[in-house]
Design a protein around this ligand. Structure first.
Ligand code: GYE
Length: 360
């Protein structure tokens, strides 16, 4: 089933890729109203959402069928499959749609990490007159034009897991974590691990993505403000992927023999960095401490094995909350501008106790 869905998603992308359009930039991300909503809430099921069959749902090609009658029809433009975190989020969204097929229709597009594909998918959703559009914006800027088109068509937009740099009036809500706070917590954990001093390196997420920009700001500012003996000697993007995380760490290790810690904007890049550290003949988790963000299973396994030190959780199980919010918007209810996830921090000493209970 999973394989079938994924291949349909790929088809969707290709269909979407034949469509048109591109946007421009502007403004400042909307963070006006903050609401603390525990991600545990995302696990609760919902009733008020409506019907359908997820197989049809994965196609972004125009399909106005009787199957959609009375159901909540949602288009979701996903970024891609760059990380374990992303796969967990996709699964959470698709599973909810499957389990509520009599209430919701999901039209799902995988943009293969390209903004132009996400824009094409949004245009296709507008053409199909969906009730609500969901988007995880691969980068922050360049959305004004296509968001305005959705607004003109009367279709609300939910930003899921990353923010967009547009006027507040162009989207309904952002559901996701506080990335600046994640970066700040990561810096405090790193400082503790390395005894408040030494040379560290940073592997950044996708250039221009809010999750990368803010995780960097939060981390760098906290180090600069409170840890004068820690020096960030290099910082470079690994595009949130394991393969690039490894490559970047390899190059860092070649030019810097005395690195004591690596901070990665996600766990996948940390897992790549860990491979690079081992191949360089060093011990990850001991010679070089690691702190990363997400809380995926792989990093827990690495912590249990003593090869990673800390992960700052960022919950990807946003499917239920996404559909609940979409249903509210369809019903004309107001929703908070920022529905904020509350996440935890996990370290190597407790990893073995909690690994079995991890849902992703
Ligand atoms: O941390 C990373 C993914 O946008 C919060 O994107 C998300 C980030 C997540 O690729 O692993």
């Amino acid at each position: 089933m999973k394989k079938k869905l994924l291949s349909m998603i790929m088809c969707t992308t290709m269909v979407a890729a034949t469509l048109a359009g591109c946007g421009s930039s502007a403004g400042n991300a909307g963070e006006t109203t903050k609401t603390e909503t525990s991600t545990e809430k995302t696990e609760t099921t919902k009733e008020e959402t409506t019907v359908e069959d997820t197989e049809t749902a994965t196609s972004a090609a125009p399909t106005s069928s009787e199957d959609e009658e009375g159901k909540l029809v949602v288009g979701f433009a996903q970024i891609g499959q760059e990380s374990g975190w992303r796969d967990a989020e996709t699964m959470s969204i698709q599973t909810y749609a499957e389990e509520h097929a009599d209430e919701v229709v999901l039209k799902f597009a995988d943009a293969q990490q390209k903004q132009e594909n996400q824009i094409k998918a949004i245009k296709s959703f507008i053409e199909q007159d969906v009730d609500v559009i969901g988007l995880a914006p691969v980068v922050e800027t360049g959305w004004d034009q296509v968001f305005a088109e959705a607004q003109d068509a009367g279709i609300p937009i939910i930003l899921l897991d990353r923010t967009a740099d547009v006027d507040d009036s162009l989207y309904s809500t952002f559901i996701g974590s506080d990335f600046i706070e994640e970066g700040k917590v990561a810096a405090q954990q790193m400082a503790e691990l390395i005894g408040g001093k030494g040379k560290i390196v940073e592997i950044e997420g996708t250039v221009g993505a809010s999750a990368a920009t803010d995780r960097k700001t939060g981390f760098d500012d906290e180090i600069a403000a409170n840890f004068p003996d820690i020096e960030i000697i290099a910082s470079q993007t690994g595009d949130f992927t394991r393969a690039q995380g490894k490559e970047v760490m390899e190059s860092f290790l070649k030019s810097n023999p005395d690195i004591v810690g690596v901070y990665c904007h996600n766990d996948d890049m940390a897992l790549g960095a860990i491979e690079a550290i081992k191949e360089a003949g060093l011990k990850p988790g001991e010679d070089i401490k690691t702190v990363s963000v997400d809380g995926v299973k792989g990093i827990f396994e690495a912590m249990v094995a003593g090869e990673a030190n800390c992960t700052v959780e960022c919950n990807p199980l946003l499917g239920p909350l996404f559909f609940e919010t979409a249903a509210k918007l369809k019903n004309g209810e107001t929703v908070e501008k920022w529905v904020k996830s509350v996440d935890g921090v996990f370290t190597a000493d407790t990893a073995a106790d909690v690994i079995d209970g991890r849902a992703y």
